[in-house]
Design a protein around this ligand. Sequence first.
Ligand SMILES: [Fe+2]
Ligand SMILES: [Fe+2]
Length: 240
Amino acid sequence: MTENTLEIDAARADAFAAAYPVRPVPAEGPVDTRPICETPGTAGPGGRLDPLWKAVVRYTRTRGNDIHLPISVAYAERLCDAYPASARELVLVATLLHDTGWARVDESRILSEGFTGDWRKAQIRYEHEHQGCLVAREVLPGLGYSEEFVERVTAIIEGHDTRHVAYSLEDALMRDADRLWRFDRAGIALASSWFKMDPSTYADRLAAEIVPELITAAAVEMATADLARSNALLQTGVLR
Ligand SMILES: [Fe+2]
Ligand SMILES: [Fe+2]
């Protein structure tokens, strides 16, 4: 990365921070805190993103992507409802594709490096982001998406795990959708096993570490409601 690129990136982060000075960013539209299975959104049959889903099926068979990505897209839809100023298609497509790159990295390193130590900065995290961008560039043009749109998608995917700050509202919504899925019981089931934690410990970590990372107020509301439901259902008060 050149010095010039770093300056541009810093300017984009500053511009977003200046445009949305109140954190978490207050919602402008309705916030739906019902269980996520109530609104599967575009993931359902006949949804307009079906051609894109079909194009990436093989990239969904790694690291629980076939659970993580559809649930995250459902959350992304709700976040777009809560922030109607966002470019909806961009948020949904970026969320759908953001982790497809996991399917192109050495699978044995995913759990050994991707979830241990300083896992956010593990080399394999950069690799999955980079490969995800390549997947986006391969599949999107054939589905009629413009070059400019593809660039906006890859700008979000690149750095979605390893970059600390968001560059745009759409970037922020993708990041929040990527975290929200973990608060659903399916997310707790999968992710707690990745981190080798029991569900109670993992749920505690969600409250202590992941809620404060959420950028939007809508995501905080949804996460809080989901976590209360998941804690009750999984008896985390007792099973610890
Ligand atoms: Fe990721
Ligand atoms: Fe993800």
